[in-house]
Ligand binder design. Structure first.
Ligand code: FEO
Length: 393
């Protein structure tokens, strides 16, 4: 229950959600944290809160540093309930606190919690408030992740409180990037980007431009570990992920009924590998869609396969494609494939969905019943030039 010091008079006072395994459909096998931060100055300032079921623990942590009734400002960088959910409880204790938020933030908080009696200070981009010895500047970052999002910059300490941006769903005792495995932290940041931030990549780039003049020595996001030794690394990754630059590699995602579609999947992999293009195969029965889209983030070729069931694709495949479409990855090449018994509609449906994603499509592969050796060889022979035609391999 101890607060963790970030800098002099700046503390992490958030909570660790060790048990979280699903965050609105995103599989969070490592749990998560909700990071609230406390700045002790003439005007005691809290940045964000935690989910309501962790409120008591946050208050115990806070109370080791201050009397919570004396909180002067509560900065709400983001309305989503994982960060604002404890506000109704907190405002019963910090009765005189003023909530600092963006214009959309104020509307969102009032709509969520039906409160007209809270004090608000609505800020604009580049507005600064003085809290005593220190100053906090705000930058509105709409749609990173919701329209209300903003970030807060503690000028004297060069700390960016970035809310969802740069976050990762990791529950750990360690609070800083140099205390934790960098590989896991970056992998989880990538998964977080793919699942939460990807549809808003244009807005991420705008936010990065707005923040580029700032000296940032520490990034304190609202989930996971705090970046202090690898600030440049995570910023570079965000530049890459938001640019839609992809690696020349393949991802084959499928489900299968009697293993014929699986045979086609492995044959497609053979075609890619024969051209030196590393290609991963994922069976939707065994991997969560939120893990699969982490691979989509950096992969050029997205191949999706399904047999036909009741004139349609398998539900695992349609669920994945619905999720994929919502995340709007750009600059990808798609391929639909599958086996069928009689109707064979699934491949066409998969193709339509991939086209709706905006993917450039290669010619679909559709085989009746069990593909034999001659058909599998033909797949490789036809696919190789098609891949070369679009990848330059
Ligand atoms: Fe961590 Fe968009 O909330």
């Amino acid at each position: 229950m101890n607060p963790i010091k970030l800098k002099e008079n700046v503390y992490w006072v958030g909570e660790i959600d060790w048990d979280l395994r699903n965050f609105h459909g995103y599989s969070t096998q490592r749990g998560s944290t909700y990071n609230a931060y406390l700045i002790i100055d003439e005007k005691i300032t809290l940045i964000d809160t935690v989910r309501p079921y962790l409120y008591d623990r946050m208050m115990q942590r806070l109370s080791r540093l201050i009397d919570p009734s004396q909180i002067h400002y509560i900065i709400s960088n983001h309305v989503e309930m994982d960060h604002s959910g404890s506000l109704p409880l907190l405002m019963q204790t910090a009765k005189n606190a003023t909530i600092i938020t963006s214009p959309h933030g104020q509307k969102g908080l009032m709509a969520h919690y039906k409160r007209n009696d809270w004090n608000f200070k609505v800020v604009k981009s580049d507005e600064t408030i003085n809290i005593g010895k220190k100053n906090i500047k705000f930058v509105l970052t709409p749609l990173v992740h919701w329209p209300d999002n903003m970030v807060s910059y503690l000028a004297e300490d060069n700390i960016l409180f970035s809310n969802d941006a740069f976050g990762q769903h990791i529950a750990s005792y360690e609070r800083f990037d140099d205390e934790y495995s960098l590989g896991i932290a970056l992998d989880e940041a990538m998964k977080y980007y793919a699942n939460i931030v990807l549809p808003y990549s244009t807005q991420v780039q705008k936010a990065m431009d707005l923040l580029s003049p700032f000296t940032i020595n520490m990034i304190a996001p609202s989930h996971g570990i705090v970046w202090r030794s690898h600030v440049k690394d995570i910023i570079e990754e965000y530049k890459k992920w938001s640019s839609s630059k992809v690696d020349n590699k393949g991802l084959i995602i499928y489900d299968t009924m009697w293993k014929s579609t699986e045979k086609i999947a492995y044959t497609i992999q053979e075609a890619f590998e024969s051209l030196g293009i590393p290609t991963k195969i994922v069976n939707l029965r065994y991997e969560h869609i939120s893990d699969i889209v982490a691979d989509v983030l950096t992969t050029r070729f997205i191949c999706v396969g399904s047999p036909t069931l009741n004139s349609n694709m398998l539900p695992t495949v349609s669920g994945f494609l619905t999720y994929l479409k919502g995340l709007s990855p750009k600059n990808r090449i798609g391929l639909a494939f599958g086996s069928y018994g009689w109707g064979g509609q699934a491949v066409g449906h998969v193709e339509d969905e991939l086209k709706e994603c905006g993917f450039e499509m290669m010619e679909s592969i559709k085989i009746q019943y069990i593909p034999d050796e001659a058909q599998l060889t033909e797949i490789v022979n036809k696919l190789r030039p098609a891949i070369q035609g679009v990848s330059g391999s």
